[in-house]
Ligand binder design. Structure first.
Ligand SMILES: [Zn+2]
Ligand SMILES: [Zn+2]
Length: 251
Protein backbone atom coordinates (compact mmCIF):
# COMPACT_ATOMS: atom_id res chain seq x y z
CA UNK A 1 0.00 0.00 0.00
CA UNK A 2 1.08 3.54 -0.71
CA UNK A 3 -0.33 6.89 0.41
CA UNK A 4 0.25 9.97 -1.74
CA UNK A 5 -0.24 13.19 0.20
CA UNK A 6 -2.04 15.55 -2.20
CA UNK A 7 -2.16 18.37 0.31
CA UNK A 8 -0.90 18.90 3.86
CA UNK A 9 -2.26 22.35 4.67
CA UNK A 10 -5.06 23.73 6.79
CA UNK A 11 -8.28 25.27 5.45
CA UNK A 12 -6.59 28.46 4.22
CA UNK A 13 -3.69 26.68 2.57
CA UNK A 14 -0.15 27.98 3.13
CA UNK A 15 0.91 30.65 2.22
CA UNK A 16 -2.24 32.27 3.62
CA UNK A 17 -3.63 35.17 1.62
CA UNK A 18 -2.58 38.46 3.18
CA UNK A 19 0.03 36.97 5.52
CA UNK A 20 3.71 37.87 5.39
CA UNK A 21 5.09 35.68 8.21
CA UNK A 22 8.34 33.78 7.55
CA UNK A 23 6.47 30.55 6.74
CA UNK A 24 4.18 32.24 4.22
CA UNK A 25 7.23 33.93 2.66
CA UNK A 26 9.34 30.73 2.65
CA UNK A 27 10.77 29.55 -0.65
CA UNK A 28 11.04 25.96 0.58
CA UNK A 29 8.50 23.99 -1.52
CA UNK A 30 7.66 21.95 1.59
CA UNK A 31 6.20 25.10 3.19
CA UNK A 32 3.69 25.53 0.38
CA UNK A 33 0.71 23.51 1.49
CA UNK A 34 -2.49 22.87 -0.45
CA UNK A 35 -5.60 21.78 1.43
CA UNK A 36 -5.36 18.37 3.14
CA UNK A 37 -6.23 15.32 1.04
CA UNK A 38 -4.61 12.02 0.07
CA UNK A 39 -4.85 8.99 -2.19
CA UNK A 40 -4.50 5.53 -0.66
CA UNK A 41 -3.38 2.99 -3.27
CA UNK A 42 -3.62 -0.72 -2.57
CA UNK A 43 -2.98 -3.56 -5.04
CA UNK A 44 -6.39 -3.22 -6.63
CA UNK A 45 -7.77 0.22 -5.75
CA UNK A 46 -7.08 3.94 -5.46
CA UNK A 47 -9.14 5.64 -2.77
CA UNK A 48 -9.26 9.41 -2.48
CA UNK A 49 -9.67 10.75 1.05
CA UNK A 50 -11.39 14.15 0.87
CA UNK A 51 -11.71 16.33 -2.19
CA UNK A 52 -10.94 19.93 -1.31
CA UNK A 53 -10.81 23.11 -3.38
CA UNK A 54 -7.29 22.27 -4.63
CA UNK A 55 -8.33 18.86 -5.99
CA UNK A 56 -7.85 19.69 -9.68
CA UNK A 57 -4.37 21.13 -9.15
CA UNK A 58 -3.47 18.20 -6.92
CA UNK A 59 -4.54 15.60 -9.48
CA UNK A 60 -2.55 17.31 -12.21
CA UNK A 61 0.52 16.99 -9.98
CA UNK A 62 -0.23 13.46 -8.71
CA UNK A 63 1.98 10.55 -9.78
CA UNK A 64 -1.12 8.67 -11.03
CA UNK A 65 -4.61 9.96 -11.78
CA UNK A 66 -6.86 6.92 -11.43
CA UNK A 67 -9.42 6.93 -8.61
CA UNK A 68 -12.01 4.32 -7.67
CA UNK A 69 -13.92 6.03 -4.84
CA UNK A 70 -14.00 9.01 -2.49
CA UNK A 71 -14.05 8.69 1.30
CA UNK A 72 -15.09 11.89 3.06
CA UNK A 73 -14.03 12.76 6.60
CA UNK A 74 -16.56 15.60 7.08
CA UNK A 75 -18.22 18.33 5.02
CA UNK A 76 -16.15 21.44 5.80
CA UNK A 77 -15.37 23.27 2.57
CA UNK A 78 -11.64 22.53 2.66
CA UNK A 79 -12.54 18.80 2.41
CA UNK A 80 -15.37 18.86 -0.15
CA UNK A 81 -14.86 22.02 -2.24
CA UNK A 82 -13.42 20.16 -5.25
CA UNK A 83 -16.11 17.54 -5.70
CA UNK A 84 -17.51 19.20 -8.83
CA UNK A 85 -14.22 18.37 -10.56
CA UNK A 86 -14.94 14.66 -10.06
CA UNK A 87 -16.97 14.97 -13.27
CA UNK A 88 -13.84 13.76 -15.06
CA UNK A 89 -14.26 10.46 -13.21
CA UNK A 90 -17.95 10.00 -14.07
CA UNK A 91 -17.54 9.13 -17.74
CA UNK A 92 -18.08 5.42 -17.08
CA UNK A 93 -20.95 6.02 -14.63
CA UNK A 94 -21.62 7.40 -11.19
CA UNK A 95 -18.58 7.88 -8.93
CA UNK A 96 -18.86 6.23 -5.49
CA UNK A 97 -18.70 8.53 -2.43
CA UNK A 98 -18.65 7.18 1.14
CA UNK A 99 -19.48 9.35 4.15
CA UNK A 100 -21.52 9.73 7.29
CA UNK A 101 -25.26 10.42 6.67
CA UNK A 102 -25.00 14.09 7.77
CA UNK A 103 -22.14 14.64 5.31
CA UNK A 104 -24.20 13.14 2.47
CA UNK A 105 -27.11 15.41 3.46
CA UNK A 106 -24.77 18.43 3.34
CA UNK A 107 -23.55 17.44 -0.14
CA UNK A 108 -27.12 17.22 -1.38
CA UNK A 109 -27.85 20.69 0.02
CA UNK A 110 -24.68 22.26 -1.43
CA UNK A 111 -24.70 20.52 -4.80
CA UNK A 112 -28.39 19.95 -5.46
CA UNK A 113 -27.77 19.97 -9.22
CA UNK A 114 -25.95 16.62 -8.89
CA UNK A 115 -28.90 14.93 -7.25
CA UNK A 116 -31.94 16.04 -9.30
CA UNK A 117 -33.85 13.53 -11.38
CA UNK A 118 -32.71 14.94 -14.73
CA UNK A 119 -29.29 16.50 -14.13
CA UNK A 120 -27.78 18.97 -16.58
CA UNK A 121 -25.49 17.06 -18.98
CA UNK A 122 -21.93 16.84 -17.69
CA UNK A 123 -22.49 17.45 -14.00
CA UNK A 124 -20.81 14.92 -11.73
CA UNK A 125 -22.91 11.85 -11.01
CA UNK A 126 -22.29 10.71 -7.46
CA UNK A 127 -23.27 7.32 -6.07
CA UNK A 128 -23.51 8.05 -2.36
CA UNK A 129 -23.06 5.45 0.37
CA UNK A 130 -23.98 6.29 3.96
CA UNK A 131 -21.60 4.89 6.53
CA UNK A 132 -22.24 3.60 10.02
CA UNK A 133 -19.26 3.11 12.31
CA UNK A 134 -18.75 -0.54 11.22
CA UNK A 135 -16.06 -1.79 8.85
CA UNK A 136 -17.06 -1.56 5.17
CA UNK A 137 -15.59 -2.58 1.83
CA UNK A 138 -14.74 -0.28 -1.09
CA UNK A 139 -13.39 -1.68 -4.35
CA UNK A 140 -12.32 -4.82 -2.48
CA UNK A 141 -10.53 -2.86 0.29
CA UNK A 142 -11.65 -3.20 3.92
CA UNK A 143 -11.98 0.19 5.64
CA UNK A 144 -12.63 0.77 9.34
CA UNK A 145 -14.15 4.16 10.30
CA UNK A 146 -12.43 5.98 13.14
CA UNK A 147 -15.01 8.31 14.75
CA UNK A 148 -13.34 11.38 16.31
CA UNK A 149 -14.38 14.89 17.31
CA UNK A 150 -13.45 18.17 15.59
CA UNK A 151 -14.63 20.41 18.47
CA UNK A 152 -18.29 19.27 18.48
CA UNK A 153 -18.44 17.91 14.96
CA UNK A 154 -18.22 14.12 14.52
CA UNK A 155 -15.55 13.41 11.89
CA UNK A 156 -14.48 10.06 10.45
CA UNK A 157 -10.86 9.02 10.20
CA UNK A 158 -10.21 5.77 8.34
CA UNK A 159 -8.05 2.73 9.04
CA UNK A 160 -6.96 0.59 6.11
CA UNK A 161 -4.83 -2.35 7.25
CA UNK A 162 -1.90 -1.05 9.30
CA UNK A 163 -2.47 2.60 8.21
CA UNK A 164 -4.76 5.16 9.85
CA UNK A 165 -5.62 8.60 8.49
CA UNK A 166 -7.21 11.04 10.94
CA UNK A 167 -7.65 14.69 10.01
CA UNK A 168 -9.56 17.55 11.65
CA UNK A 169 -9.53 16.18 15.18
CA UNK A 170 -9.02 17.49 18.68
CA UNK A 171 -10.45 14.53 20.60
CA UNK A 172 -10.19 10.78 20.02
CA UNK A 173 -12.64 8.73 22.13
CA UNK A 174 -11.31 5.61 23.87
CA UNK A 175 -13.46 3.36 21.65
CA UNK A 176 -11.63 4.79 18.61
CA UNK A 177 -8.19 4.59 20.24
CA UNK A 178 -8.89 0.86 20.62
CA UNK A 179 -9.29 0.68 16.82
CA UNK A 180 -5.87 2.30 16.37
CA UNK A 181 -3.58 -0.25 18.00
CA UNK A 182 -0.68 -1.85 16.15
CA UNK A 183 -0.35 0.82 13.45
CA UNK A 184 2.60 0.87 11.12
CA UNK A 185 1.66 4.32 9.81
CA UNK A 186 -0.43 7.03 11.46
CA UNK A 187 -1.27 10.12 9.40
CA UNK A 188 -2.77 12.70 11.73
CA UNK A 189 -3.81 16.33 12.19
CA UNK A 190 -1.38 18.73 13.91
CA UNK A 191 -2.47 22.28 13.13
CA UNK A 192 0.20 24.40 14.79
CA UNK A 193 2.37 24.75 17.88
CA UNK A 194 -0.28 26.37 20.13
CA UNK A 195 -3.68 25.11 21.25
CA UNK A 196 -6.75 25.45 19.04
CA UNK A 197 -10.48 24.97 19.56
CA UNK A 198 -11.00 22.23 16.97
CA UNK A 199 -7.60 20.80 15.99
CA UNK A 200 -4.78 19.08 17.87
CA UNK A 201 -1.73 21.26 18.41
CA UNK A 202 1.68 19.63 17.86
CA UNK A 203 2.15 18.84 21.60
CA UNK A 204 -1.32 17.27 21.73
CA UNK A 205 -0.67 15.15 18.64
CA UNK A 206 2.65 13.99 20.09
CA UNK A 207 0.89 12.85 23.26
CA UNK A 208 -1.46 10.71 21.12
CA UNK A 209 1.61 9.30 19.36
CA UNK A 210 3.18 8.37 22.72
CA UNK A 211 -0.03 6.59 23.70
CA UNK A 212 -0.49 4.66 20.44
CA UNK A 213 3.16 4.05 19.52
CA UNK A 214 2.68 3.70 15.75
CA UNK A 215 5.88 2.74 13.98
CA UNK A 216 5.82 5.94 11.89
CA UNK A 217 3.72 9.11 12.17
CA UNK A 218 3.12 11.78 9.52
CA UNK A 219 1.52 15.13 10.31
CA UNK A 220 -1.10 16.86 8.13
CA UNK A 221 -3.49 19.85 8.11
CA UNK A 222 -0.76 22.30 9.13
CA UNK A 223 -1.08 26.07 9.26
CA UNK A 224 1.71 28.63 9.07
CA UNK A 225 1.64 28.43 12.88
CA UNK A 226 3.43 25.06 12.69
CA UNK A 227 6.66 26.86 11.69
CA UNK A 228 9.15 26.25 8.90
CA UNK A 229 9.28 22.64 7.68
CA UNK A 230 13.08 22.50 8.02
CA UNK A 231 13.14 23.95 11.58
CA UNK A 232 10.27 21.89 12.98
CA UNK A 233 11.53 18.66 11.40
CA UNK A 234 14.79 18.88 13.37
CA UNK A 235 12.95 18.96 16.68
CA UNK A 236 10.47 16.12 16.13
CA UNK A 237 10.89 12.84 18.02
CA UNK A 238 12.18 9.80 16.08
CA UNK A 239 9.53 8.25 13.83
CA UNK A 240 7.52 11.50 13.46
CA UNK A 241 7.65 13.61 10.28
CA UNK A 242 5.83 16.58 8.83
CA UNK A 243 4.10 15.76 5.57
CA UNK A 244 4.65 17.87 2.50
CA UNK A 245 2.55 18.03 -0.66
CA UNK A 246 3.43 15.20 -3.02
CA UNK A 247 4.96 13.03 -0.28
CA UNK A 248 4.73 9.28 -0.96
CA UNK A 249 4.39 7.08 2.10
CA UNK A 250 4.98 3.34 1.59
CA UNK A 251 3.12 1.14 4.03
ZN1 LIG B 1 -10.00 20.91 7.52
ZN1 LIG C 1 -12.78 20.95 9.45
Amino acid sequence: MEVEILGSGTSTGVPCLGCSCEVCRSEDERDRRLRTSAIVRTDGASLLIDCGPDFRTQMLRATRQELDALLLTHSHYDHVGGIDDLRAYCRRGAFPVYAQPNVIADLKARMPYCFVEHPYPGVPQLEVHELGDREFEVAGVKVLPLPVLHYRLPVFGYRIGPMAYVTDVNHIPDSTLERMHGLEVLIIDALRQTRHLSHFSLPETLSVVRKLQPRRTYLIHMSDGMGLHADVSEKLPPGVELCYDGMLIKV
